[in-house]
Design a protein around this ligand. Structure first.
Ligand code: C5P
Length: 206
């Protein structure tokens, strides 16, 4: 089974997807980490399309590029910005989507990103579009990064705009995705809603 969780930056996708995977005993796939890894290599001079095609990445508690631990490096605001830029490149998307589909082919997954339910895995048994108000999303990111709210808000607006307006696989809810608004919900509240969807999907599969 694949549980697809898409939505804008700061909606709580990573926290929710990781916790949900843990509860269900599924594997967690952070597709944003792949775009971030390509962005890191691009800032070091690599061609984004080649870096994506040859990406030797291990995802888990730590993110490894070959032997190199890039867990912290890919989370910087500069790499967030660079990731949103390289992710507009169709060659980068094609290479990463191919890798993601190969992973999702077998086993049980909670996959998180922007285009899981629309492009990567349109047949996902459960699709969630996770949102929160812009203020809530910016506050969560600012707390996480320890930076000020105003600059986070400005960066986030730019990324949201770029993600939703790009030509290839823009951030958009799949028509059959269930919208979940995390503004007024804590983690358990969000998990409860998605777990209900998983129970329903299992009933359908039986
Ligand atoms: O989710 P995260 O913030 O780590 O993603 C970083 C950037 O990678 C996003 O702003 C987006 O531009 C891009 N991305 C994407 N498609 C995905 C996951 C991430 O375009 N499936």
């Amino acid at each position: 089974m694949v549980v697809a969780i898409d939505g804008p930056a700061g909606a709580g996708k990573s926290t929710v997807a990781r916790a949900l995977a843990e509860r269900l005993g599924f594997t967690y796939l952070d597709t944003g980490a792949m775009y971030r890894a390509v962005a890191l290599l691009a800032t070091e001079g690599a061609s984004p399309a080649e870096a994506a095609g040859e990406l030797d990445i291990a995802l888990g508690d730590r993110v490894l590029l070959g032997e190199r631990d890039v867990t912290a490096a890919i989370r910087s605001p500069a790499i967030s910005e660079a990731a949103s830029r390289v992710s507009t490149d169709p060659e980068v998307r094609e290479a990463l989507v191919r890798k993601q589909r190969a992973l999702l082919e077998a086993g049980d997954w909670v996959a998180e990103g922007r285009d899981i339910g629309t492009v990567v895995c349109p047949d996902a048994e459960v699709k969630v579009f996770l949102t929160a108000s812009p203020e809530t999303r910016a506050r969560r990111r600012a707390d996480e990064l320890g930076t000020d709210l105003a600059s986070v808000m400005a960066d986030m607006e730019l990324r949201d705009l770029r993600d939703s307006q790009r030509f290839h696989a823009p951030l958009i809810a799949a028509p059959d995705a269930v919208p979940v608004d995390s503004t007024a919900l804590d983690l358990d509240g969000v998990l409860e809603q998605i777990e209900l969807l998983v129970v329903e999907a299992r009933e359908v599969l039986r």
